[in-house]
Design a protein around this ligand. Structure first.
Ligand code: I3S
Length: 128
């Protein structure tokens, strides 16, 4: 299962299910399309995988599954963005290349944990 590979992979700093939509690509605005995504933080990257619940269980093999997309956190900007959605608990992540994502959870503590974890990675990279 995903959790097995999570506990067996010491490079994974954090992983969990979040609601995600990409709202810009290279600075160009995109139409919102919210989907649940497995978000995995490994070193300096945030990786997005398809929600295993939307796949057949047999097709979900994290060891060999490719992320849908991956975000380099170096130079990224992070901010709470509740004004950008009718949903609660939304933050925006913007990469140096102008890709923008909204991430959201109904669970306050969970989204705050993600925010502060990503914040720490970005701040550490800024100091390097
Ligand atoms: O900010 P927007 O454009 O009002 O976002 C909503 C729309 O993208 C909507 O899709 P359609 O325009 O295809 O109907 C989505 O279903 C909503 O979820 C979006 O708003 P929220 O407030 O959920 O981010």
């Amino acid at each position: 299962s995903f959790l097995d590979s999570y506990s067996m992979n010491p490079e994974i700093q954090k992983a969990g299910l979040l609601n995600k939509t990409k709202i810009a690509e290279g600075g160009r605005k995109l139409r919102k399309n919210w989907n649940m995504s497995w978000v995995v933080l490994v070193r300096n990257s945030l990786m997005f995988f398809k929600d295993p619940k939307t796949q057949s269980p047999s097709s979900w093999k994290p060891g060999n599954s490719q992320p849908e997309s991956s975000v380099d956190l170096r130079g990224a900007q992070l901010q709470w963005a509740n004004e950008l959605s009718s949903k609660k608990n939304v933050f925006k992540l913007r990469t140096v290349t102008g890709n923008e994502f909204l991430l959201q959870s109904e669970t306050d503590s969970l989204i705050r944990d993600w925010y502060s974890t990503i914040r720490r990675v970005i701040d550490r990279l800024d100091r390097e």
